[in-house]
Design a protein around this ligand. Structure first.
Ligand code: HEM
Length: 464
């Protein structure tokens, strides 16, 4: 085979592409879309000698998803910095790290189908808190839905996985954990781009970073001591599995430090993403009146005025398609990193990748690959996910939850929660833009959310 050089924008010696404006750190998503347009489905960038390769066609990504050739890479990616807070928790564990295997085998059973169905009632508890709040606001209030979706998702992980109540809906300000986590993630990202000398001089920033980590750690220690003081008799949730579970393979349990890392991980991984999904979904529905009307018709047919039950969920086919299409266009976790298992690996028959490079599956642009999604890839069209079409998509063309063994463990939890929320919102309210001329803007930490997006929720006449 003849190898081809991987396309790359012009760069400088030493600094490479750092500070050249090729990537806007505040809106890298937009930069990566432009680079994809200009350089195609594979291109490479270099920051002070650290090389990243971004891949975004289904054809090439399909190779990177082959776990016999590639595996998740934490080293040299932002996740290595997130380890400062989440340690060897599932999300930030290194490939092959022993504690990942132990925790994965102990915790997987907590996300099986019957466990997720058992979460229906705690989910409904929090779902009702949001509905009641929006109803009490009344039709004149303009508000940012992402805030209450964050309360919902954060409280849901804590209640479903740890039987713990943050009661976020009963507080004016967001739980302190969320602020600390946001600052921690942003700073972790910035640290990736700073030389270590500069970092050591930034004493104020470093003190805040340490304080934020301590706050998150303290919250998780409090959850564990609450559990020890209030044992859940016979009820097996995620936390009881962490405290008592034994790995079927090695017979070992989780250490106290690892449990703390897992709790931080679940609280971090579990709420920004779900909140982003629900917020983007409302935006797309408001921007596409035909899809909005189709969803409302389905909700009126399937739910009518009944209280939602688990039996309704599989019948919500259009709502499912809406969520799939929304997460295609705006995957809240827009990129994941992999590395070849061998020293080098050739993809597409012509591009050589090295083990010490950060190879990024760029989900955000993968989800707009015209070869899979056609010329209208940029349009929100839930119909492309209906009638068996989702099941027939080419392999690894829709990857919002990551890949293989390291894919999202919380996917079924997030999905059930989102489906319930979307259906009950449409049952109870007409949703309207506050500013009908609003166009999507993005707020970015480790994940993405709409920025400055405000709505009105108008109770529907005769709704439950
Ligand atoms: C992993 C997305 C909700 C817990 C991941 C990964 C993605 C992802 C892309 C792979 C990361 C990588 O390869 O580096 C999402 C999205 C969600 C969501 C889009 C919501 C719509 C949740 C929830 C939880 C959760 C609700 C917890 C209950 C985790 C954990 C991992 C993970 C623990 C690491 C799994 C491992 O490596 O063993 N998620 N996630 N996620 N997610 Fe989620």
């Amino acid at each position: 085979t003849t190898l081809k050089p991987i396309p790359s924008p012009p760069s400088y010696p030493l600094i490479g592409h750092a500070g050249t404006g090729v990537v806007d750190p505040a809106n890298s998503q937009q930069s990566f879309r432009l680079l994809r347009e200009k350089y195609g489905p594979i291109y490479t960038l270099n920051f002070f000698g650290r090389r990243i390769v971004l891949v975004s066609s289904q054809k090439l990504v399909n190779e990177l998803c082959d776990e016999s050739r590639f595996h998740k890479r934490v080293e040299g990616s932002i996740l290595d910095m997130v380890r400062n807070g989440a340690g060897d928790g599932l999300f930030t564990a290194y490939h092959g790290e022993e504690n990942w295997g132990i925790a994965h085998r102990i915790l997987m059973p907590a996300f099986g189908p019957s466990q997720i169905l058992a979460m229906f009632s705690p989910m409904l508890d929090l779902n009702s808190q949001l509905l009641l709040k929006w109803e009490r606001f009344g039709p004149d209030a303009a508000f940012d839905p992402a805030e209450d979706f964050t309360r919902l998702a954060f409280d849901t992980v804590a209640l479903c996985a740890m039987s713990y109540r943050f009661n976020s809906f009963y507080h004016e300000s967001m739980p302190p954990f969320i602020g600390a986590m946001g600052r921690f993630l942003v700073e972790s990202g910035l640290r990736m781009q700073r030389p270590s000398v500069v970092q050591s001089w930034m004493t104020h920033t470093n003190t805040q970073y340490e304080a934020d980590i301590k706050l998150m750690t303290d919250v998780c220690d409090q959850i564990v001591s609450y559990r020890k003081a209030h044992p859940t008799e016979g009820k097996k949730d995620l936390l009881s599995l962490m405290l008592e579970g034994k790995d079927p393979k090695t017979g070992r349990g989780l250490t106290d430090t690892n449990i703390r890392n897992q709790l931080i991980t679940f609280l971090i991984a579990g709420h920004e993403t779900t909140s982003g999904l629900l917020s983007f979904t409302l935006y797309h529905l408001l921007s596409n009146p035909a899809a909005y009307a189709a969803l409302q018709r389905e909700v009126d047919t399937v739910l009518g005025k009944e209280a939602i039950t688990v039996q309704h969920l599989p019948k919500l086919e259009y709502a499912t398609a809406v969520l799939r299409e929304s997460i295609r266009l705006n995957p809240p976790a827009g990129a994941i990193s992999v590395a070849p298992t061998k020293e080098t690996e050739i993809i597409g028959g012509e591009y050589e990748l090295h083990q010490d490079w950060n190879c990024i599956i760029h989900i955000d642009t993968l989800h707009r690959d015209p070869a899979v999604w056609g010329e209208d890839a940029e349009e929100f069209r839930p119909e492309r996910m209906l009638g068996g079409r989702f099941e027939q998509l080419p392999p690894n063309s829709w990857k919002p939850f990551g890949n293989g063994a390291r894919a999202c463990i919380g996917r079924p939890l997030a999905w059930q929660e989102s489906l319930m929320m979307l259906a009950t919102l449409f049952q109870r309210f007409d949703i309207r833009f506050d500013d009908p001329s609003y166009h999507l803007k993005i707020k970015q930490t480790l994940t993405t959310k709409p920025k400055g997006f405000k709505i009105h929720a108008i109770p529907r006449a005769g709704a439950r």
